[in-house]
Ligand binder design. Structure first.
Ligand code: F6P
Length: 358
């Protein structure tokens, strides 16, 4: 059996652990009956026929390694089409041609939302596909957890932990901007884990006035500082009421590099306090996976290999109630898992006395 593997979209911790999990399980259970191929830089490699045979040794010593040994690129569809670029149909045709030419019996695809849409497109065009859910954003529908998320939560929490001491010393208000695209999972978890005072997530539009009130209340209570964890995708109440077109125009006209800086200016105006902004950015996606992600990636890898062995293609491996299950790609593709504003963890954050900025 010939199997092509690729990692696509933004990298994250646990990709190599997951590749290793798939490979180890297949080699253990199928021995010489399986040959693995690494497709370079995600779908780019599939489009351009850039793949190479891999050996068991290639998967040694990579359990704790950050990034991806295969390289990655953003998914090839729904991007700005440059004139010199192939059309989407041509890209798809080229991918199908590579699968045929290489004689791949199956593709193992590791990725997030965009990656899953393309994986589903390949499935619809007759390719046997098994996918694994990766992203620090945890916004993939169908699974309770994606790998990478827990490592990123740890890193973002450590950043906020460190900010505490300098915020205390200078009696300052700090905004820490957390990744997560349009979902607030990372900010919510890191904010709770590190004792942030205000958590602002895209799913709960913020009011600068309410955040200012929360800061002022803390000051009145004798607290020397406040820490606000802001998701990069956060939107204000005013923005939430806008049409898509109006929102786009407003954001394009925004004189700040990100929503955090705008909030900082608003809060300075409202409270008169000094506000600092910290953006850990891609730091949150780098380095070794935490132990929990190593376990999750390995479990996903082993489960994906089982699906291949059993010929159960067209599925994503997913975590539900601490069991790894198979979820049809047709159900996953194109669906975003955001934080329900009234979910238990948000209610618990509020019960802990945190402000959600609303
Ligand atoms: O999807 C992962 C993620 O890190 C998001 O949290 C973030 O919005 C985006 O990728 C950043 O993308 P890039 O690495 O292309 O700058």
């Amino acid at each position: 059996m010939k199997i092509g593997m690729l990692t696509s979209g933004g990298d994250c911790q646990g990709l190599n652990a997951a590749l290793r999990g798939v490979a180890k399980t297949l080699y253990n259970e199928m021995g010489k009956g399986v040959t693995l191929y690494g497709i370079r830089d995600g779908y780019r490699g599939l489009i351009e026929g850039d793949y190479h045979e891999m050996k068991p040794d290639d998967f040694s010593d990579i359990l704790t390694l950050g990034g991806t040994i295969l390289g990655t690129s953003r998914q090839p569809f729904k991007q700005m089409q440059r004139p010199e670029e192939d059309s989407e149909q041509t890209k798809l045709d080229k991918m199908l041609k590579t699968v045929k030419k290489a004689g791949f019996d199956c593709l193992v695809i590791l990725g997030g939302n965009g990656t899953h849409k393309t994986a589903n497109l390949l499935r619809e065009n007759g390719v046997n596909v098994v996918t694994l859910p990766k992203t620090i954003d945890n916004d993939l529908w169908g699974t309770e957890l994606t790998f990478g998320f827990q490592s990123a939560v740890n890193i973002a929490s450590e950043v906020i932990d460190s900010i505490h001491s300098t915020a205390f010393s200078h009696s300052r208000v700090f905004i820490v901007e957390i990744m997560g695209h349009k979902a607030g999972w990372l900010t919510l978890h890191a904010g709770i884990a590190s004792g942030a005072d205000v958590i602002v997530i895209p799913e709960i539009p913020y009011s600068a006035k309410k955040i200012a009130q929360a800061i002022e209340k803390r000051a009145k209570d004798g607290k020397r500082f406040s820490i606000i964890a802001v998701a990069e995708g956060a939107v204000s109440r005013e923005e939430a009421a806008m049409s898509k077109k109006e929102f786009k125009a407003a954001r394009e006209a925004m004189p700040y590099p990100s929503v955090s800086y705008r909030l900082a200016a608003e809060l300075k105006e409202l409270t008169g306090q000094e506000i600092r902004v910290t953006i850990p950015g891609h730091f949150q996606r780098g380095g070794a996976p935490c132990a929990a992600d190593r376990v999750l990636s390995s479990r996903f890898g082993a489960a994906a290999a089982e699906l291949i062995r059993e010929g159960k293609f067209g599925n994503m491996v997913a975590l539900r109630d601490d069991k790894i299950v198979a979820v049809p790609l047709s159900e996953v593709a194109g669906k975003l898992k955001t934080v329900p504003p009234d979910c238990e963890i948000v209610a618990q954050a509020r019960a802990l006395g945190l402000s959600m900025g609303d």
